[in-house]
Design a protein around this ligand. Structure first.
Ligand code: PLP
Length: 570
């Protein structure tokens, strides 16, 4: 995908054209589009970016709304002891986006706060374009503290977060209105933007049915504690009364706090989880609501490495805009699959050896694990039994690559990184293991395609979907994962990859499940994965092909967007 931002005309034209048709407005607190725009922290943002890219490819009438996050998330440095250091990311929106002259306002703490918007067009080679509005409160006349509202992604305290959500939801809806765009649906990607429902209630004079018809809500969080909640006192103080408090409580929950997920659930006609398993979990969490599922996907072209792009171009031309074609992977000779993989592996191993002095090689079985460093992702599970790991490594050598940032306030996540550094030291003489700094989209695009096995060991049921395994599959990298999120649908044991632990239908306690998980983790490594990799290369390549032909052809954001269109947007 070519992203163009040369000149005002190219930027403005799509927006002008947008006036002619009714748009789907897609709201997301974070959007991960390209490495140069650091307005994302992880999977949620990358999913939003992939949603937008596929929409542009498919020429869907979408306009996206997000916050500018002028100071980005953060750049991660890790000391030799494994301590995470956080640095500001400097980027200059004016170099890649166009400032629009239209402004709007929201009321925060009884003050009028002005909001401006930067326009960035995602341009597809198909000719489709999706404009993104990056909202920015750094407007002259705003108080210094108000200017900072759109500075830090997931920064500050809950007051700061509420202000951000007012700007995103209410400010975003008003900005669309001020630009004269006509909106046919409002799609909330997670509950951060659900205050927009209040703006719509106000606009349509409390016509609840009308508002519900307009709203679509995608939930991403499978635990109660993960949903944003604000005390009604705080809401009254910061936001005032957009709608009468009694009405707000009716939709946002009668307990003392406004639950952003409930607000969206109550005022959206279509609600979905991001995998079938996640739908079941969400229904249990919120009984009484009709919750559908549209399983996530990734933007195939973005996440396919150069060598596989060339291979697919040769054997399945048109695959990037029609990823279903990947089902025909069987027509590619095995040697060429292996060759493309070794090319991606070389790129990664060269990078690892350049960034560290570990001295990894191209032929050793390489495991990868990279994602946000946070408790439920259990980055440390593989190290539960170090002696066992050493013993397994004697059956066939392994090397392991880790990466991932911890949220600056997630002390557990930071300790997890330190813990991994400890294991790396302890195993130094036996197994080569590195933890790469500053995991972002650029590193993900290099890391995931370059390993042989992609490992994922989340604590069930906390992985709502997960998407990095889909990126792996697009590159013939075989998944070895806990049966949670998308993998419950993607895993055919021994065909598309391997499962770690029990199927969700088995009702086990967390402790019982963990025993099974560790058994699978170590036994499958020792008795299946290592022997297959080193002694049955044909079988290995068949599984690589099945990852492409049975996973990638389906778990892509083109299929996902077609589902949103037919099930939610139309
Ligand atoms: C794809 C991606 C994620 C999501 O990974 P999961 O393993 O699904 O959590 C997070 N961060 C980055 C930078 C990514 O590219």
């Amino acid at each position: 995908m070519k992203l163009k931002f040369d000149g005002r005309e190219k930027l403005m034209k799509p927006l002008q054209e947008a006036f002619r048709e009714q748009k789907i407005a897609y709201f997301s607190m974070e959007i991960g589009l390209v490495n140069e725009i650091p307005t994302y922290s992880g999977g949620l943002g990358v999913l939003a970016g992939d949603t937008i890219k596929s929409s542009a490819d498919l020429k869907l009438p979408l306009v996206a709304v997000t916050l500018l996050s002028k100071r980005g998330y953060f750049r991660q440095e890790i000391t030799e002891e494994g301590k995470q250091m956080e640095h500001l990311v400097e980027w200059e929106p004016s170099k890649i986006m166009e400032l629009l002259s239209t402004e709007t306002k929201v009321k925060i703490q009884k003050r009028e706060v002005s909001i401006k918007a930067w326009l960035y067009n995602v341009q597809s080679l198909t000719g489709g374009v999706v404009p993104i509005l990056f909202l920015d409160t750094d407007v002259e006349g705003n108080l210094p503290e108000d200017k900072e509202i759109t500075s830090f992604l997931y920064g500050g305290d809950e007051r700061y977060r509420l202000k951000q959500e007012i700007v995103l939801g209410i400010g975003g809806a008003r900005m669309l209105e001020a630009l004269g765009l006509s909106i046919r649906k409002y799609h909330m990607n997670e509950g951060h933007s659900s205050l927009l429902t209040l703006e719509l209630l106000k606009k349509y004079r409390m016509d609840i049915d009308r508002v519900r018809e307009l709203c679509i809500f995608t939930t991403h969080t499978p635990v109660e504690a993960g949903h944003d909640k604000f005390s009604y006192d705080l809401v009254q103080e910061i936001m005032g009364e957009i709608v009468p408090l009694e009405a707000l409580k009716k939709f946002g929950g009668h307990a003392e706090r406004l639950n952003m997920t409930r607000l969206a659930l109550n005022l959206s006609e279509f609600v979905n989880g991001v995998a079938k398993r996640h739908k079941d979990v969400s229904r249990a969490l919120f009984p009484g609501y009709e919750i559908h599922s549209i399983t996530n996907g990734i933007h195939s072209y973005t996440w396919t490495s150069q060598s596989f792009r060339e291979l697919y171009d040769k054997y399945m031309p048109g695959w990037a805009n029609e990823p279903e074609l990947l089902v025909r992977v069987g027509g590619i000779p095995d040697e060429e699959i292996w060759h493309a993989h070794m090319e991606a592996k070389r790129v990664l191993i060269d990078y690892v050896n350049k960034m560290t002095n570990i001295g990894m090689d191209y032929d050793t079985l390489t495991l990868g694990f990279a994602r946000r460093a946070t408790g439920y992702k259990r980055t440390n599970l593989l190290f539960s039994d170090l002696e066992k790991l050493k013993k397994i490594n004697k059956k066939g050598k392994m090397q392991i690559i880790f990466a991932g940032k911890a949220h600056p306030k997630d002390e557990l996540g930071k300790r997890l990184i330190q813990e991994i550094f400890g294991y790396i030291r302890k195993l130094r003489d036996a197994i080569k293991i590195v933890y790469l700094e500053d995991y972002d989209m650029g590193l993900a695009a290099r890391l995931i395609p370059g390993v042989d096995v992609w490992l994922n060991t989340p604590l069930r049921p906390l992985e709502a979907s997960g998407t990095s395994g889909m990126k792996a599959a697009h590159n013939g990298v075989i998944n070895f994962s806990v049966l949670d999120g998308w993998w419950v649908e993607g895993c055919v044991e021994g065909v598309t990859g391997w499962a770690i632990g029990p199927h969700p239908d088995e009702q086990l306690s967390t402790d019982e499940a963990k025993i099974r998980e560790l058994d699978d983790l170590y036994n499958k490594l020792e008795y299946i994965i290592i022997p297959t990799f080193y002694q049955k290369r044909d079988e290995w390549i068949r599984m690589m092909e099945d990852s492409i032909g049975k996973i990638a052809y389906y778990f892509n954001s083109h299929r996902m967007m077609r589902r949103y269109v037919t099930e939610a947007y139309l």
